[in-house]
Write a protein that binds this ligand. Structure first.
Ligand SMILES: [Zn+2]
Length: 363
């Protein structure tokens, strides 16, 4: 088991390399490696607004659950939208926002796929219950935004939903409905084949302050813990924590981190990270929702091409896991005005030397 002091979070490109290794049949293996146009070279591009370099003419996988590089981009864009949406709701409609968290009991022997299916059924049952609808009506709830999260802890997989409830008015007595809602949630879980959650932990309904905290933090949990993989509450790990721990073949709560990440990525395929209630975006006059793929592929109009990257060089950058270092080096050289004669060149010479050495050793 890793120590609580933690392990330094490695670069997303290295995590992506590891994901490719664990998921050799998934699209993540093409991401930021394979070319889009086979007749043109890959390039290093530079975004003048964000002051950041990235590769051009490379495929983007858009796998929110399996690709750490795409996940970060997609999630950050979603978070900005979520913030905007919530601000619009609160300012122009003077509405309230509640944060509803729905969890259930689970054990180590239950596969994630099974738990996700049970959770999906339980959520549907819960919302369709007449009594739940009646309570929501009293609270003035008009729309929902549903976020799906999964962690892994001592009691196995922990898939759960945080739901933002957008209400037309403030009800200071909203807490009074919590215990009735919890009972209804427990019933929905049991009927859906899940273990009954406890009255204490199954459902949590909080006011706007917590909703705001949630939104400001949403999706950047990994960012926040970027320095270290900390053991979260009750020793729970995020999926990308598991991915990183798999690099050093760690065992987490008695299971292989590598196997856990594989199970996670396969089980989550097609699941949505964030779902806006029907009609809400229209109501808030926000643009149509974009898919994971669209968000990951959004090209930066302000980007300029810094340099083409020859095939052989790119192959070596992949082989020696230096894709991210090369980007940083090109960026630095560009910003320092020593492009073509700086750290990027040195890096290429280094990896070329390594390759030559390896070839010599092979003979
Ligand atoms: Zn990707």
């Amino acid at each position: 088991m890793p120590t609580p002091q933690g392990i330094q979070r490695v670069h997303d490109f290295l995590l992506q390399d590891q994901s490719t290794k664990l998921l050799p049949k998934e699209r993540v293996r093409f991401c930021r490696r394979h070319r889009i146009d086979k007749y043109k070279p890959r390039t290093v591009m530079y975004n003048e607004n964000r002051k950041k370099a990235h590769y051009g003419n490379v495929q983007i996988c858009g796998s929110i659950w399996a690709c750490p590089v795409c996940a970060k981009q997609i999630t950050e864009k979603r978070r900005q939208e979520l913030k905007t949406g919530l601000e619009k709701w609160k300012s122009s409609h003077e509405g309230a926002v509640y944060l509803l968290t729905l969890t259930f009991s689970h054990s180590k022997d239950q596969p994630l796929k099974f738990l996700l299916e049970g959770l999906r059924k339980a959520m549907k049952r819960f919302y369709e219950t007449t009594k739940v609808q009646a309570i929501f009506k009293k609270l003035g709830i008009k729309y929902k935004i549903k976020g799906l999260e999964v962690t892994f802890g001592a009691n196995g997989w922990h898939p759960h939903h945080h739901v933002l409830l957008l209400a037309s008015h403030h009800d200071l007595l909203f807490k009074n409905y919590a215990s009735e809602l919890t009972e209804l949630w427990i019933k929905a879980c049991v009927k859906s084949g899940l273990n009954a959650p406890s009255m204490q932990h199954g459902l949590d309904l909080r006011n706007g302050y917590y909703a705001e905290q949630y939104v400001s933090k949403w999706g950047i949990e990994d960012e926040i813990t970027k320095g270290n993989i900390k053991k979260g509450r009750n020793g729970s790990y995020s999926p990308f924590d598991l991915l990183q721990l798999s690099i050093t073949e760690e065992i987490v709560h008695g299971r292989s981190a590598a196997k856990l990440f594989q199970e996670f990525a396969i089980s989550m395929k097609g699941a949505r990270q964030l779902e806006w209630g029907r009609g809400l975006r229209n109501f808030l006059e926000m643009a149509q929702e974009k898919s994971d793929q669209e968000l990951a592929e959004e090209t930066d109009k302000a980007s300029i091409t810094l340099t083409p990257v020859e095939d052989l060089i790119f192959h070596l950058l992949c082989k020696f896991q230096k894709r991210h270092e090369y980007l940083d080096a090109v960026q630095q050289d560009y910003e320092n005005g020593c492009f073509g004669n700086g750290s990027a060149e040195r890096l290429i010479q280094q990896i070329a030397q390594r390759e030559i050495k390896e070839l010599q050793n092979a003979y």
